[in-house]
Write a protein that binds this ligand. Structure first.
Ligand code: NAD
Length: 485
C-alpha cells in the first residue's frame, strides 16, 4: 500500500486539530487534483471559520506547557521528525508528485531539504541565547531574554509543499510556540503527512494544528482577528502578503513575509559559459520555474549573448517533459490550468513587444498542465515580461554592455528576493553582490537554498528571514529585565 493509501485509510487526510483528525464542522470539502492528469485524486474536509476557532483553541491550550518544555526535549522531537521524514523520503516524494506535479527526483530532493529544517532546528532549540550587560551608568544590569511569541499562524504556498511547511514548523517548535498551519489549497496532503510525522515524533497534541481550506481568505482573516494569535508567518505572493499585512496591522500581529521574487541572473563576459548554463538550468528550470528564487531575467553581456543563448537552448532542448513519476522526466506539469494560460499569454506579449522566440512557447494538446521549456532572446529592457514574476519555464534573455548597466537592469524591480552572478572574477562577483538589491545572491551557483542560511528578501519580496539562527527569532520576543544586584 502506498503512503497516500495508508494515510487515507487511517483517516489522516482530514483537519488536524488538538491531536485529532476531524471532518469540517460544516461538512465542506476540498478536491485535490493531480496536475499530470487533471483528475481529482482525493476529497478532504475544508476548514470553516468555526474550525479555525477550534484550532486556535487547541493551540492556545497547548502553548503554556509546550513553551515550558525543556529545550532539549523539543530538540529530541525535531531530531526524531528528521529521522522519520528521511526514512520516508521516497514515499513522501511520491505524494508531492501526486498533488503538485514536479519531477520525482526534485520531489525527493525537496523532502531531504524539508527534513533538514528539523535537523537544523533541533540544534537551534538549545541555542536560545540572551545577553547580560552592565548599564553604561553602572547603576544596574541589563538582562535580555528571548521568549516564545505565542500562538503562530503559518500560511504556506503550493510550490514546495513539504519544505515551506517545515521551514516554519521547525523554528516554531524550537522556539516553543504552538501553531496553526494553513497549507495551500492545491497541496494539503503533504502538509497532513508532515503533521502525521510530527505526531509520531512525539509532538504534544495541539502544538501543531493543520487546516486545509478552500476558504483561505475567511479562515485566515478569522484567525488574525483572534486575540490569542500573536504571530503570522506567511509564504506566498506579494499581493496576498500585502493584504495580510493590512490585516495584521489591526491587532499589531507580528508578521514575517516570504513573498514573490523576480531574480536577475547576470552572466559576465569572463564567466565560464558551461558553468553559467548549468547554473542557469538549475536556477531557471528547477520546479519547472515555479520557484520564488527562480531566475526570472537572464541579463547577459552582449559579447557572449549569442553563445550563451545557443548553449542554453541546447540544454533546454534536452529537458524531458512528462508526468513526474515517469523515469527520465525532468519537467513535470505546472500546478493548474491558469498557470498554463499565464505562460501562453506572457510568451505572446513578450514576442509582440519585439523579442525572438528561440524554443518552445506552447502548451501540448494532451491532458495535464504542461508548458514547454521556452527560450526568448532579444528582449528589450522595457519588455513587460521583465517586470513580473514568471513562475514557469520561460527564460527571457536581455543584454548589457557595462557593469553599471548590469546592476541597473538587475535592480530595476520592486522585488528583491534572490539574484545570481556568473563571472570569472570573484572580486567582481562580490562587488556586484553588494550592489544588487536582493536578500540572497549566488555567485557562480544556481542553487542557494540551505536550512543553515538566512532565506528572505528585501523591497516587496518580504520581511524577516527563515532558516539559520535568524529564523528562530521570527518566533521569539525579546524581553529586557532591569536588575541591580
Ligand atoms: P498565494 O499568495 O496565492 O497563496 C499562498 C497561501 O496564501 C496559500 O496557502 C493560499 O491558500 C493563501 N491565500 C490565498 N489568498 C488568501 C487570502 N486572501 N487570505 C489569506 N490567505 C490566502 O501564493 P501561491 O500561488 O500559493 O505561491 C506562489 C507565490 O509564492 C509566488 O509569488 C512565489 O514567489 C511565492 N513564494 C515565495 C517564497 C519565499 O520564500 N519568498 C517561497 C515560495 C513561494
Amino acid at each position: 500500500m502506498s503512503l497516500f493509501e495508508r494515510l487515507q485509510q487511517a483517516g489522516n487526510f482530514k483537519l488536524h486539530i488538538g491531536g485529532e483528525w476531524r471532518d469540517s464542522s460544516d461538512g465542506a470539502a476540498l478536491a485535490v487534483f493531480d496536475p499530470a492528469t487533471e483528475q481529482s485524486v482525493a476529497e478532504i474536509p475544508s476548514a470553516s471559520v468555526e474550525d479555525a476557532r477550534l484550532a486556535v483553541d487547541a493551540a492556545a491550550d497547548a502553548f503554556t506547557d509546550f513553551a515550558a518544555m525543556s529545550p532539549v526535549s523539543r530538540a529530541e522531537i525535531l531530531r526524531s521528525a528528521y529521522e522519520l521524514m528521511t526514512g520516508k523520503a521516497d514515499e513522501l516524494a511520491g505524494l508531492i508528485v501526486l498533488e503538485m506535479g514536479k519531477a520525482y527526483a526534485e520531489a525527493r530532493a525537496e523532502v531531504v531539504y524539508a527534513a533538514e529544517f528539523f535537523r537544523w532546528y533541533a540544534g537551534e532549540a538549545t541555542r536560545n541565547i540572551g545577553y547580560l550587560n552592565t548599564a553604561p551608568a553602572g547603576d544596574k544590569r541589563i538582562l535580555a531574554i528571548h521568549q516564545p511569541i505565542g500562538v503562530s499562524l503559518l500560511v504556506t504556498p503550493w510550490n514546495f509543499p513539504a519544505a515551506m511547511a517545515t521551514r516554519k514548523i521547525a523554528p516554531a517548535i524550537a522556539a516553543g510556540c504552538s501553531m496553526v498551519l494553513k497549507p495551500a489549497s492545491d497541496t494539503p496532503l503533504t502538509a497532513l503527512a508532515v503533521a502525521k510525522i510530527l505526531e509520531k515524533a512525539g509532538l504534544p497534541p495541539g502544538v501543531l494544528n493543520v487546516l486545509p481550506s478552500r476558504r483561505s481568505g475567511e479562515v485566515v482573516n478569522a484567525m488574525l482577528s483572534d486575540q490569542r494569535v500573536r504571530n503570522l508567518s506567511f509564504t506566498g505572493s506579494t499581493e496576498v502578503g500585502q493584504l495580510l499585512l493590512e490585516q495584521c496591522s489591526r491587532r499589531v500581529v507580528r508578521a514575517s513575509m516570504e513573498l514573490g521574487g523576480n531574480a536577475p541572473l547576470v552572466v559576465f563576459e569572463d564567466a565560464d559559459l558551461d558553468e553559467a548554463v548549468a547554473g542557469c538550468m538549475i536556477a531557471k528550470m528547477r520546479n519547472g520555474g515555479q520557484s520564488c528564487i527562480g531566475a526570472n531575467r537572464l541579463i547577459v553581456h552582449e559579447a557572449i549573448a549569442t553563445e550563451f543563448s545557443g548553449k542554453l537552448c541546447d540544454a533546454m532542448s534536452e529537458v524531458k517533459m512528462g508526468p513526474g513519476m515517469e523515469a527520465g522526466v525532468t519537467l513535470g506539469p505546472l500546478i493548474n490550468e491558469q498557470a498554463v494560460r499565464d505562460m501562453v499569454r506572457m510568451t505572446e506579449e513578450c514576442i509582440d513587444a519585439g523579442a525572438s522566440l528561440e524554443l518552445g512557447g506552447s502548451a501540448p494538446e494532451s491532458a495535464g498542465y504542461y508548458f514547454a521549456p521556452t527560450l526568448i532572446t532579444a528582449v528589450a529592457p522595457d519588455n513587460p515580461i521583465l517586470s513580473r514574476e514568471i513562475f514557469g519555464p520561460i527564460a527571457p534573455v536581455v543584454t548589457f554592455e557595462s557593469e553599471e548597466e548590469a546592476i541597473r537592469l538587475a535592480n530595476n524591480s520592486e522585488l528583491g528576493l534572490a539574484a545570481y552572478v556568473f563571472t570569472g572574477d570573484f572580486a567582481r562577483g562580490l562587488r556586484i553582490s553588494e550592489a544588487i538589491e536582493a536578500g540572497m545572491v549566488g555567485i557562480n551557483r544556481g542553487l542557494i537554498s540551505d536550512p543553515a542560511a538566512p532565506f528572505g528578501g528585501v523591497k516587496e519580496s518580504g520581511l524577516g528571514r527563515e532558516g539559520s539562527h535568524e529564523g528562530l527569532h521570527e518566533f521569539l520576543e525579546t524581553k529586557y529585565i532591569s536588575a541591580d544586584w
